[in-house]
Design a protein around this ligand. Structure first.
Ligand code: BDR
Ligand code: CA
Length: 308
């Protein structure tokens, strides 16, 4: 590791756009991926781990440790999204599994261990439901100060949700965990649907990805095909949301976005279960919420990282 690379731990539910985020981050020279933990969400945590291992292998980073995390939300039953991500979580594109196995351990304990080894140094990028992070934090209440910062893909603060009219997928999949995390004193950035719902890979940029002979781009394009076909069937436009890659890019360069600082409260009761709403009297820390983004700049950066 060189000194000026930024150490990052990823907590994810890979899933197509989580894998696109891994392909992006492994293409940046200034990132050190310390390791990845998986959580339930798009697919079960075990499937997500296999997909992360495959992504690291394709990306030329086969030594990044991947640890399986918690496979259900704190309170309600697990619900996965194979209808969107494919039964294998990689778009059912016939991807052969990696020969590597996940490392031994459990997601929350591994998060704690990495944080304790390098206190205050590592950025935690959470791009799935927040179950692992919440459990790690319940085990060690000092966790927020053991990480340098927490960047979350999740929530829909002023924008509508994508699972219910109010709730975004990651917060809806474990609202209790999200509440535990958002009320704790993290240095915390939220990249939610306020910006990710406006940023899609489509048109000429998508054509560039699909036309590239480079192995990382071919893999990205292959796992996207089912999703793109579905988008075309539903809306007439071939386009892919880039939720997790956008959160990764904003983590690396916050100048891509504008932010509004506000404490957030996660609704637990129906009909707004999973909603993330501003709550000045909630007592939680001010969260840096991304509210505007330079989409074209992000897409250009994404392509230059994966067309490698
Ligand atoms: C989030 O939900 C998941 O399906 C995606 O991977 C992303 O993390 C978007 O709402
Ligand atoms: Ca995700």
């Amino acid at each position: 590791m060189t000194r000026d690379r930024r150490p990052v731990v990823i907590d994810a539910d890979p899933g197509i756009d989580d894998v696109l985020a891994i392909l992006y981050l492994t293409g940046l020279p200034d990132v050190e991926i310390v390791g990845l933990t998986t959580v339930h969400g798009n697919v079960p945590a075990g499937t997500g781990a296999r997909n992360a291992l495959k992504a690291f292998e394709i990306a030329g980073a086969p030594d990044v440790p991947v640890v399986v995390g918690i496979d259900r939300p704190l309170v309600h039953q697990a619900a996965t999204a194979e209808d969107v991500h494919g039964t294998d979580g990689l778009g059912d594109a016939g991807v052969l599994p990696s020969l590597r196995r996940p490392s031994a351990g459990s997601g929350p304990l591994q998060l704690l261990q990495w944080a304790r080894e390098r206190p205050g140094e590592i950025t935690l990028l959470a791009i799935g439901p927040l179950t692992n992070v919440a459990v790690a934090q319940l085990l060690e209440p000092k966790l927020p100060s053991l990480f340098r910062e927490l960047v979350i893909m999740g929530g829909a603060v002023w924008a509508p949700g994508n699972v219910t009219p109010h709730a975004e997928f990651n917060t809806w999949h474990d609202p209790e965990a999200a509440r535990v995390v958002l009320e704790a004193p993290w240095n915390m950035t939220l990249v939610g649907l306020d910006v990710t719902a406006r940023t899609r890979l489509e048109g000429a940029a998508l054509a560039e990805l699909e036309g590239s002979p480079k192995p990382v781009a071919r893999f990205a394009s292959a796992i996207l095909q089912g999703y793109l076909n579905e988008s075309e069937r539903e809306s007439g436009v071939r386009a892919a949301f880039m939720h997790d890659p956008l959160a990764s890019a904003i983590m690396m360069d916050p100048r891509l976005a504008d932010f509004r600082d506000t404490p957030l409260l996660v609704e637990l009761a129906e009909p707004e279960r999973g909603r993330t709403r501003p709550e000045a009297s909630g007592g939680g820390p001010a969260v840096h919420v991304a509210v505007d983004v330079d989409g074209p700049r992000f897409i250009a950066r994404y392509l230059s990282a994966v067309l490698r």
